[in-house]
Design a protein around this ligand. Structure first.
Ligand SMILES: Cc1cc2nc3c(=O)[nH]c(=O)nc-3n(C[C@H](O)[C@H](O)[C@H](O)COP(=O)(O)OP(=O)(O)OC[C@H]3O[C@@H](n4cnc5c(N)ncnc54)[C@H](O)[C@@H]3O)c2cc1C
Length: 250
């Protein structure tokens, strides 16, 4: 049985900025496609392409966040492939509606007989707890396999095999735990990512989603520092990492 001890997060897509030749910007400093796109959109509002304040891109974006001009950040979208997370994590994640798109592995279409599971962070490192947890998981998966087999027989009269499998799996998944591993593609604009990551990297957030938020922040900070550099990591009293943001909910 495959167990996950941390999420696997892969960047799938980033913005590509195509500068219009009739409205060039006097860029300064480094900038990725996403950062340039947001700066371009911000500058259009005041037709300040000449960059009279001589601001490098990342300084310009810092000022955008400081002014709370967050709609400018909505132009830049990033897509992540998120794996090695539990169904309970994604249940919390998809509550973030504004500016996000989700596509998640279907337990009705996909066979979960060999599903992986995510070890709850609080359990990691305690052998006794981990063994007890694992026994429950293994038992649940065995029951799932038996249930799907029996349901396939029970509904043998359904001629469409795909439909019959779906009927069996959608009932069988009722015994699978919250810890079942899932995969989800998440696309969000930078304003939405910032709001979600602020909430979920905070000390009040549940441990697994907090760990996910911290890892996602690291990835996005590397990818586009102009958008995320005001998030600061620290180790909280519970000895787990968390993050604080300077510009709250832009
Ligand atoms: C620590 C923590 C504990 C939680 N505990 C619970 C819990 O016990 N039970 C529970 O049900 N949920 C819980 N939640 C989820 C929480 O209630 C929100 O559903 C979740 O954080 C998404 O926040 P949001 O609605 O601001 O996000 P989004 O949907 O992404 O919205 C972002 C922002 O857009 C604006 N917006 C979005 N939709 C609307 C709208 N329809 N009308 C007006 N403005 C809108 C708001 O300003 C909103 O903050 C918890 C969240 C956290 C972080």
């Amino acid at each position: 049985m495959e167990l996950f001890y941390e999420p696997r997060i892969t960047l799938l897509a980033r913005p590509e900025f195509l500068e219009p030749s009739h409205l060039p910007v006097a860029w300064l400093g480094d900038g990725t496609g996403g950062e340039r796109l947001a700066e371009f959109a911000g500058r259009l509002c005041y037709m300040s392409q000449a960059n009279p304040a001589k601001r490098p891109t990342r300084e310009y974006l810092d000022n955008i966040k400081k002014q709370g001009h967050g709609s400018v950040l909505e132009h830049a979208n990033y897509s992540l492939l998120v794996e090695g997370v539990s169904r309970s994590l994604t249940h919390e994640l998809v509550r973030h509606r504004a500016g996000f798109a989700y596509s998640q592995l279907s337990q009705r279409y996909v066979d979960e007989s060999k599903a992986a599971f995510v070890v709850p962070p609080a359990v990691i490192g305690d052998e006794k707890l981990e063994t007890a947890w694992r026994e429950q998981i293994e038992s649940a998966q065995r029951t799932y396999v038996t249930m799907v087999e029996q349901l396939m027989e029970r509904y043998g009269w359904v001629a469409d095999r795909v439909h019959r499998r779906k009927m069996a799996r959608e009932a069988g998944r009722a015994v699978l735990p919250n810890a079942t591993e899932t995969k989800i593609v998440v696309t969000g604009n930078v304003r939405a990512w910032r709001t979600m990551l602020e909430l979920r990297s905070s000390e009040g957030a549940e441990m697994e989603i907090r760990r996910f938020a911290v890892a996602t922040l690291r990835l996005l900070q590397r990818e586009a520092p102009g958008f995320f550099s005001d998030f600061v990591f620290y180790v909280a009293e519970d000895r787990r990492e968390a993050a604080k943001v300077e510009y709250h909910k832009v």
